[in-house]
Design a protein around this ligand. Sequence first.
Ligand code: SF4
Length: 374
Amino acid sequence: MAGIYIHIPFCRKKCFYCDFYKTTAVVKKPLFLQSLHREIDLRGPYLGGEAVGTIYLGGGTPSVLTMDELNGIMDHLHRNFRVEQDAEITMEANPDDLSAEYLRELKQSGFNRLSIGIQSFSDGDLQRMNRRHSAVQAVHSVLEAASSGFSSVSIDLIYGLPGLSLQQWEKNIRRAVKLPVNHISAYHLTYHEGTKFYDWLKAGQLREIPEDDSLAQFEMLMDITGEAGFEQYEISNFARDKAWSKHNSSYWNGSKYLGLGPSAHSYDGGSRQWNVANLDQYIASTEKGDPDFEREILSETNRINDYLITRIRTVWGISLNDLEREFGEPVRRQVWQSAQSFIHSGHLMHQGDVVSLTRRGIMISDEIMLALVV
Ligand code: SF4
């Protein structure tokens, strides 16, 4: 089952922590959409006729698009790809874009999953991040989505923000798990070069929170989501009732995916490619019928390490049998040997042919990944 990701590169304003490719030049929407349609037509053969089980509109802010614009994209996809009847079709949205009417129309158009960028339920933190919405709008958008018939709703949260107290973070998580959502993605703030937060950090205008506070916030996240019936199926992703994101799971399970739009990444099993992260260049090259992208053929070592790094983050863990089948017995032996000290220290567990992180292991997952890669 293959996946399609579409990057909608527009945001009405830029959040101070965000390093995704985006532009506030919303006026370029018509040109972008024309090029996106063209790219969809050109890339039809990329997935080799494989059925598409997941479509994900991310960004940027896909909810800046009107229903007509979204329907135009979906029509083009259906014309060029074999989309499964029960495909998971997700749209990322900002809370303040989700009016009752928009939600109803999204549902009618076949979108069956929403990923709402809430980040925090504190107005102070939202303002510090330069988010567009308020805490009230955040809650309202989720309730409205549920009453519009969306049974699959994910929300994003951020922790590790400068000045975020453990008490406020606890409030955020407790608020989140009480909402009608079946999925939470929670990420620690990263200071990416090119963002305002990064500049302020370098200029000494803000300070990273101490590592102990970060760990305490992460532990609290695991505790409260766990008590509320969420399973941590990936280090940063929590789902109730097995409502795992099919789209993300297919990345972690090595399925093919096609990325469309500026900066989008694709993977066909043997190579990775990524579109130019510049809207004007994307439009110009696609209009010429020759979309601008770079491509990397994956070596066997790349493929082994991709498998190890993505799978160890998930509840499915590393299957030693799969490793051997795909890459040979010496690779299985090497990974098994590297895992030994972590199994003895209680950071990894071994069940059947699967090696996976324990809760203690999740806390030092970067160190474990480094030790396992070949
Ligand atoms: S976090 Fe989302 S809304 Fe904010 S700038 Fe990044 S892509 Fe845009």
